[in-house]
Write a protein that binds this ligand. Structure first.
Ligand code: UD1
Ligand code: UDP
Length: 383
């Protein structure tokens, strides 16, 4: 019988995969741990794209994705599939990541099987139950269900303490997204996507756009796309690159408002290496994504957040991120300010790393060893 600590990592969407790759690699590199990977398959193509990019192999895939799926079907699919895998594998710890429904159903499934749950990227809060929806409530519920909480920042730990989560289970580690960026961003990078290699980043100001959130579907996304359209019409040297999420509800709106425009490039989801290197070269980022709000500041790129709130206030405090909301006029005016006022741009365009130092995965593994009585408590990530 092996006396290794068996750690199962469960994830199923693109951002979870990107942020869990460094953790899985660190677990695999630890001789005292047996690492098992279980995919929920909440995403299909967008998940496989990340696994292939990092050459990561999974042991199990619950393969639950359905076109236009609902949070109910995701929850029940993960719960059903996971219980069999947990009964068979009986890990010492189940790791879930962030705020997706895969992560919430995973934590609940772990609890049902009486397997300890570790939560990577714990303690982020907007304090608004319905925004982001369902992510805010997913996070709160995972914290209740979890045993170990890997909080990216001290502020995230404070949020957990206010909810009476036991301090002994909380570790401030930094966010593993910064570990991932260290693996992907390279000088003189050649894009795999041939179109990106044709972009002239000197002659054109390339604005990188992503938008897909559930609460933005419909009218807010239409407003966002209209602001982007007008920004391009009003600024001749601007080119927009918008890799469009595979959700048909996103595609219909993006194509409806922006399709066929000369300097707007609606492209397929990018490989994560292409995405991070495009971010490194672009002029600015406009997004409703959580991950991009963390990545772009590390690369010194101003971000306009296309949402009404954020669970990631650190970069707003550091001045590299601004909340632009979901109303056309405000988004347009903030974008035009960055495009036309060099001083305003310079004020936002500086590298800030409030989310991590690239060693989060190592701290998480050290914290797991410590929890199981096999090592010292890791030093905290300090901004
Ligand atoms: C999910 C997460 C969200 C996260 C986002 C990252 C939930 C409730 N939402 O939202 O927190 O920010 O992932 O992208 O957990 N689709 C495909 N192929 C894919 C992926 C998606 O065709 O590889 C289509 C399917 O029609 C699917 C739809 O997109 O039904 C929506 O996917 P879903 O995972 O439900 O929602 P996301 O908006 O991706
Ligand atoms: N990303 C990518 N290709 C794309 C769009 C995004 O690799 O075409 C990466 C992005 O750099 C970030 C993550 O995917 O690391 C964010 O995922 P997403 O926007 O789907 O989810 P969120 O961050 O909103 O949860």
């Amino acid at each position: 019988m092996s006396n290794k600590i068996k750690v199962m990592s469960l994830f199923g969407t693109r951002p979870e995969a990107i942020k869990m790759v460094p953790v899985v690699r660190a677990l695999e590199g630890c001789s005292e741990i047996e690492s098992v990977v279980c995919l929920s398959g909440q995403h299909r193509e967008m998940l496989l794209q990340v696994l292939e990019a990092f050459d990561l192999k999974a042991d199990f895939n619950l393969d639950i994705m359905k076109p236009r799926q609902t949070i109910t079907t995701i929850t029940s699919g993960v719960l059903e599939g996971l219980s069999e895998v947990l009964e068979r594998e009986r890990p010492d710890l189940l790791l879930v990541h962030g705020d997706t429904t895969t992560a919430f159903a995973g934590a609940l499934g772990g609890f049902y099987s009486q397997v300890a749950v570790g939560h990577v990227e714990a303690g982020l809060r907007t304090f608004d139950k319905y925004s982001p929806y369902p992510e805010e409530m997913n996070r709160c519920l995972i914290s209740r269900l979890g045993d170990l909480h890997f909080a990216p920042t001290k502020a995230n730990r404070q949020n957990l303490l206010k909810e009476a989560i036991a301090e002994s289970g909380i570790f401030v580690t930094g966010n593993t997204v910064i570990d991932a960026l260290k693996l992907t961003v390279q000088k003189n990078y050649q894009f795999q996507n041939a179109f990106l290699n044709t972009l002239d980043f000197e002659q054109n100001r390339v604005v990188l756009v992503t938008a897909h959130r559930r609460e933005n579907l419909g009218e807010p996304l239409k407003n966002i796309c209209t602001a982007i359209k007008r920004m391009v019409e009003e600024n001749e040297d601007v080119r927009v690159v918008y890799p469009v999420h595979l959700n048909p509800a996103v595609r219909e709106v993006a194509e409806g408002v922006l399709g066929g425009m000369d300097r707007v490039h609606l492209i397929e989801p990018l490989d994560v290496f292409d995405m991070h290197n495009l971010m490194d070269r672009c002029f600015m980022v406009m997004t409703d994504s959580g991950g991009l709000q963390e990545e772009a500041p590390a690369l010194g790129k101003p971000v306009l957040v296309l949402r009404t709130e954020t669970e990631r206030p650190e970069a707003v405090e550091y001045g590299t991120v601004k909340m632009a909301g979901v109303e056309t006029e405000r988004i347009l005016s903030l974008a035009n300010e960055l495009l036309r006022d060099a001083a305003a741009y310079e004020k936002m365009a500086h590298a800030a790393n409030p989310y991590g130092d690239g060693n989060a995965a190592e701290r998480i593994v050290d914290a797991i060893l410590y929890h199981f009585g096999k090592g010292n408590k890791p030093d905290e990530f300090v901004i």
